[in-house]
Design a binder for this molecule. Structure first.
Ligand SMILES: NC(=O)c1ccc[n+]([C@@H]2O[C@H](COP(=O)([O-])OP(=O)(O)OC[C@H]3O[C@@H](n4cnc5c(N)ncnc54)[C@H](OP(=O)(O)O)[C@@H]3O)[C@@H](O)[C@H]2O)c1
Length: 294
């Protein structure tokens, strides 16, 4: 019979924990006894989030690490810091995400939404996999979205040079589709390892999401607020996936409101999941190759 899973004493790493769903989830995971390491790109926001969690109980275990997840070099440095500072890692939560109304390239030459929402989770997970494996049973949870519906991965235009439209919404949906395909392929690769991979849609949540895109988008988000969930409600499925017994969960699954749901047909394609994995590895290798190499 398998050992009962409990969050108590588990080491968690959670990205995007300075606000919204990530902060609410980090608070709840710490309250349930997990040791929570928050990832923040801004040191002040990271310190404020940690302080907010500590005010709920001085014995709550929380620490902060820093990374700009739109930079693969920064993700690489974060992974090294985790390996140096955390002997154990049982739960990785890839939650950080953003939508950008205008197409931008990062210093590494990658479209920024794709780099932040998809390549960062892919690389961070890959670099931490051996530590998770050594600490199994372990879990990887990625925050996806129902915004993936109606989208497909532009395999011939991964940088979205031709397809960036709808004020960044189409691109955002592609990255969330990539989160689901990533989870599916990760689960396949991890079969029998004792590591489960899950993703979920949090609902429409009144968070900091889409407030970076100017006054019009801020006004739209404010108008949606009465119809939106609180960050705590948005974090419920994440916390449930983190706390449930393994037998209740299906690795590779897409969850909504604490239930397994069928994502779109595009998100169920095993061929696309494998193709995306290989292309993502290639993109990461090229971006991180020393200048002049290859
Ligand atoms: N809100 C919704 O309705 C909704 C619906 C479906 C899915 N989601 C998903 O839920 C997740 C969390 O979003 P949220 O709604 O909680 O929004 P949020 O309040 O804006 O939180 C986003 C988090 O991601 C962090 N982040 C963004 N870009 C980053 C970068 N380059 N490097 C490091 N951290 C970065 C933000 O850090 P800063 O504090 O530094 O900005 C913040 O902590 C996202 O993956 C989003 O796609 C949200």
């Amino acid at each position: 019979m398998s050992e009962r899973w409990s969050l108590s004493g588990k080491q968690v790493l959670i990205t995007g924990a300075t606000s919204g769903i990530g902060l609410a989830a980090a608070q709840e995971l710490a309250a349930r006894g997990a040791h929570v390491a928050l990832v923040a790109r801004d040191p002040d926001r990271g310190a404020a989030a940690a302080e907010r969690i500590r005010t709920a109980g001085e014995r709550l275990q929380v620490s902060v690490m820093h990374a700009d997840l739109s930079s693969l070099a920064s993700v690489q440095a974060l992974a090294q810091e985790v390996l140096d500072r955390c002997e154990r890692l049982e739960l990785l939560v890839n939650n950080a995400g953003a939508m950008l109304s205008r197409r931008e390239l990062t210093a590494e030459g990658i479209e920024r939404t794709w780099a932040t929402n998809h390549l960062a989770p892919h690389l961070l997970t890959s670099l931490l996999l051996e530590r998770l494996r050594a600490c199994a049973p372990a879990r990887i949870i990625t925050t996806a979205s129902d915004a993936h519906r109606g989208r497909s991965i532009p395999f011939e235009d991964l940088g979205a040079e031709r397809s960036y439209r709808l004020g960044g919404f189409a691109r955002y949906g592609e990255t969330k589709l990539a989160n689901i395909l990533f989870t599916r392929e990760l689960a396949r690769r991890l079969e029998g390892s004792g590591i489960g991979a899950y993703c979920f849609h949090p609902g429409v949540v009144a968070s900091g999401f889409n407030r970076n895109n100017g006054p019009l988008m801020r006004a739209l988000m404010a108008a949606l607020r009465p119809f939106s969930r609180s960050p705590q409600e948005g974090a419920q499925t994440l916390v449930w996936l983190a706390a449930a017994q393994s037998e209740e969960l299906q690795s590779g699954g897409y969850y909504v409101d604490c239930s397994l749901r069928e994502p779109s047909a595009a998100a169920r394609s095993a061929t696309d999941a494998q193709r995306l994995w290989e292309l993502s590895e290639q993109q990461i290798r090229q971006a991180l190759a020393p200048a002049g190499a290859g």
